[in-house]
Design a binder for this molecule. Sequence first.
Ligand SMILES: Nc1ncnc2c1ncn2[C@@H]1O[C@H](COP(=O)(O)OP(=O)(O)OP(=O)(O)O)[C@@H](O)[C@H]1O
Ligand SMILES: [Mg+2]
Length: 222
Amino acid sequence: MSLDLTIRDLVVKTREGRSLLTVERLDIPAGSRIGIRGPSGAGKSTLLFAVAGLLKPASGTVAWGKHLVSDMGAAERARFRRENVGLVFQDFLLFEELSSLGNAAIAARYAKRSSRRRIVESARAGLARLGLDTLGGRRVDSFSGGERQRVAVARALANDPAIILADEPTASLDRASADLLIDDLAALSSETGRTLIAVSHDAALHARMDLVIDVVDGRPLV
Ligand SMILES: Nc1ncnc2c1ncn2[C@@H]1O[C@H](COP(=O)(O)OP(=O)(O)OP(=O)(O)O)[C@@H](O)[C@H]1O
Ligand SMILES: [Mg+2]
């Protein structure tokens, strides 16, 4: 099923009731590669959290195809994410004591028994594709920043998600590692028709996107 993103009259507020993000209308066809940029504190991560189903908006709708994420409770949103979304976040959130495969295949621990083998195989293939298959069983706390970031990408892809959401995926990398990761993300999206939405300050990343959206003062300029 095709997961077009449709946002209408979305408002995200703090607990105290202050508005963090307002999106009157945003339509992103399935398979698009979208860059998000803007000043610090503008609301970019908040937008990514809202489309990921990581928060409950104060009002308005966020829908991926028929999935009305903004109406879902926390448990339903968690299930939607497990089945459809690969998240690549700034500070990785890797499990330090596990190997690259242990991390990339972490979804297998929470999946139905019948799909575990598929997730592990897909994680293994993802690591190989990202050039990490030579690192063997080493704990990821011994990996470089670039290696860790690629483990995070392999993990996000292991469950074959239709949607990849990345928050500053190249922030802690040197230019060469960042360029490799951008190539990987762009290719992974274009080959498979996955939707990619990436928040970044990196002009090289935005150059590879179909559309770049500026977020200023809690509003995307579209
Ligand atoms: N749960 C929250 N409660 C209160 N304020 C919040 C909350 N989450 C975010 N904010 C505030 O909302 C604003 C937007 O935050 P957000 O993290 O979306 O910014 P950003 O555009 O991703 O910035 P950066 O480029 O620095 O990562 C910031 O001022 C932030 O402090
Ligand atoms: Mg942010």
